[in-house]
Design a protein around this ligand. Structure first.
Ligand code: GUN
Length: 336
């Protein structure tokens, strides 16, 4: 049985529009930092090799930095560069006062020890929030706040919060335990008082676990893995996946889809992120936010708040109406 009204469907969580609101906020903050403190926030991005996906992400990051007014430094290294040469580049950036955030685009070629390169980034310039110091502080209760928070997880939480979607007390299922997404998003959901189940390749009966979830975050890199009949009616679905799927109707021969079967799941969910245009643009917005926060930290200012209040420009009325309608239809279903 379909649980969304076929005439209106679920709330589509618009990451593109949300990211552009955040970018406007950050642009103001970058200007203020420069005017009031004489500091121009700077981000360095290190790209090794010429993977198409990595080059695309890096190009997008550069475009957004320039729109916000962030100083951007690009380091492009060949696929065959030695680990020592990468470490030397990072060290130069660690010592460059015009750079407040450093990002080494992952994955790195197989001959490079990724962990070693990430560890070489000065914690005060860790734009990805991947260092043990930042991850440790993210996970500790009552510890220091991290200097930066992993960008995709922060983007998922920011979307939930800006759309007024409650996490407190909700059952959350995260699919995937990667250092980049699954593990930190689980820690963030827990820090927002969600009850978190983290599923991975060895988890038994994933389908049954998803069926219990009020909030599903899918980050396993499997094309359209989550099916509509696994979704509890009225659940919120956040799709982190970006996979290409053959599509002869497209000029390029493929289209981008997520880890969630959007057609099916949007018939059950109260709110869902599309792919593309959902979590993707938020990742870049959060990288910019981390960079601005690191620039603030460099002159002793506190970071901008991680969890902003409600969105200034997006309406939540549709969501509230949809979720009320869905929860009453769920009640009716369970009474039968
Ligand atoms: N590759 C895919 N996602 C990311 C990310 O968030 N940060 C970095 N550095 N590389 C990535």
């Amino acid at each position: 049985m379909s649980c969304t009204d076929p005439t209106t469907g679920p709330l589509i969580i618009d990451g593109k529009a949300t990211a552009s609101v955040i970018q406007e906020e950050l642009k103001e903050e970058v200007e203020r930092l420069q005017k009031e403190h004489g500091v121009l926030a700077g981000l360095a991005v290190v790209l090794v090799g010429n993977r198409v996906d990595s080059s695309t992400y890096v190009r997008m990051k550069k475009k957004v930095s320039s729109a916000i007014g962030i100083h951007s430094v690009d380091i492009n290294l060949t696929e065959t560069v030695s680990e020592l040469d990468i470490l030397a580049e990072v060290e130069k950036l660690n010592n460059d006062p015009s750079v407040h955030g450093i990002l080494v685009q992952l994955p790195l070629p197989d001959h490079i020890d990724e962990g070693k390169v990430l560890q070489s980034i000065d914690v005060k310039k860790d734009a990805d929030g991947f260092s043990a110091y930042n991850i440790g502080n993210l996970c500790l209760r009552g510890g220091e706040p991290p200097l930066a928070v992993p960008c995709t997880p922060a983007g998922c939480i920011e979307l939930l919060q800006r759309y007024g979607i409650e996490i407190n007390g909700k059952d959350c299922v995260v699919l995937g335990r990667s250092n980049i997404v699954g593990m930190p998003v689980a820690a963030l959901l827990q820090s927002c008082n969600g009850t978190v189940t983290l599923c991975h390749s060895r988890t038994k009966n994933i389908e049954a676990k998803i069926k219990q979830a009020d909030i599903v975050v899918a980050a396993i890199g499997k094309t359209e893995y989550v099916k509509g009949d696994w979704i509890k009616p009225g659940a919120v679905v956040i799709d982190v996946g970006i996979n290409s799927k053959p599509d002869a109707t497209k000029k390029r021969g493929y289209k981008l889809v997520g880890d969630v079967d959007y057609e099916e799941c949007s018939k059950k969910a109260s709110a869902i992120t599309p792919v593309p245009g959902g979590v993707g643009p938020m990742t870049i917005a959060m990288l910019m936010k981390n960079t601005v926060n690191l620039a603030r930290h460099s002159i002793g200012l506190p970071r901008m708040p991680l969890r902003n209040k409600m969105h200034r420009n997006l309406s939540h009325r549709d969501f509230i109406v949809t979720s009320q309608r869905l929860s009453s239809s769920q009640d009716n279903t369970s009474n039968k």
